[in-house]
Design a protein around this ligand. Structure first.
Ligand code: ATP
Length: 310
């Protein structure tokens, strides 16, 4: 079995609102898979269905080869989960909560826990209620990693954290998880974060899965093509598998999901004078996919804004 998570036709509705709409995909074992989407895309709903914290309206989910509903106790024992807004006992000290959690997990690794606490600069004797948000997120990560889970599930773990803390958080996570060949499934609305650490990508938009692929394959297959023409009107390109994304007086920009040299030749044959082939990063791909899905990005949405300090 090579999938850590298998989702089939997952649908979850809240009244008349469809939060997740027939989602189907697999997350390979040993991968770091990012679930990307704007606010309200359906990321938390998906994760909560995986953990049987919510019942799907229809569809099935397998986690580590187990049925998400029938085997939920076994699943929770074997995975580490960091919710979007973790709630801890505010009166407990950092050292106390780690000892408390240790009791629940036979696989708990106290040495790893101590190392992580030191690495992340957490004060063992401070009460949780006195910690900053970033420190609390780090405590959550320490608790999730120290149980040495086969699968780590993180729901938007670094939202609201500054770039330095975010980087520390992810470095600690990737180091440890790669060392144990575990799988990470994390949701985020930060493209840049996703691009830096994920090797597999799921893009959700309005409950639907728009993209499921490896980051490497996505970057290899997608291109923007700038086709230059002379004269008053652009040659027709409707017969080619490209999407028109920008029209200017002397060029047209197209995007291609499956680029090959034949597309350049096709545009030249259609009458364009020259074609420039431009690489696309994850942000370009995300914007293109949302456009294909008929959506528009709100300029104020942080989803597509690059982080500058990271
Ligand atoms: P965010 O990035 O803001 O956390 P998300 O991608 O995790 O968003 P969800 O929390 O899964 O999105 O929400 C998906 C949709 O379902 C949204 O439109 C949301 O308003 C709706 N929704 C979520 N929970 C409920 C609920 N308990 N009752 C009704 N609607 C809900």
């Amino acid at each position: 079995m090579t999938s850590a998570i298998s989702i089939r036709e997952l649908t979850k509705t809240y009244g008349r609102r469809t939060a997740v709409d027939a989602a189907t995909y697999d997350v390979p074992r040993g991968s770091v898979c990012g679930l990307l989407g704007q606010n309200g895309a359906g990321k938390t709903t998906t994760i909560r269905c995986m953990l049987d914290l919510l019942r799907p309206t229809s569809g099935t989910i397998e986690v580590l080869g187990l049925d998400a509903q029938r085997d939920s106790v076994e699943i929770r024992r074997r995975i580490g989960y960091l919710p979007e807004e973790p709630t801890y006992y505010p009166w407990m000290r950092v050292g106390e909560i780690t000892r408390f959690n240790a009791g629940f997990y036979p696989t708990w690794d106290q040495q790893l826990c101590d190392t992580l606490i030191a690495q992340l600069g957490l004060p063992s004797d401070r009460k949780l209620r006195d910690l900053s948000r970033g420190m609390q997120a780090k405590v959550g990560l320490v608790l999730a990693l120290s149980q040495r889970p086969e699968l780590l599930v993180l729901d938007d773990p670094t939202s609201g954290l500054d770039p330095i803390v975010r980087r520390q958080f992810f470095e600690a996570m990737i180091d440890k998880v790669h060392a144990t060949e575990g799988t990470v499934f994390f949701s985020t609305h930060l493209l840049h974060e996703m691009e830096r650490i994920a090797d597999e990508v799921v893009v959700m938009y309005d409950g639907r899965v728009l993209v499921r692929d490896s980051l490497e394959a996505l970057k290899r297959s997608r291109r923007r093509l700038r086709a230059v023409f002379s004269g008053d009107s652009a040659p027709a390109a409707e017969h080619l598998p490209v999407r028109l994304v920008e029209s200017r007086p002397h060029f047209r920009d197209f995007t291609a999901r499956r680029f090959d040299a034949g597309l350049v030749a096709g545009l030249r044959d259609a009458g364009f004078d020259s074609v420039e082939v431009i690489d696309m990063d994850l942000e370009d791909i995300f914007v293109d996919e949302i456009g294909r899905a008929g959506g528009a990005l709100d300029g104020a949405d942080t989803t597509t804004s690059r982080e500058t300090a990271a």
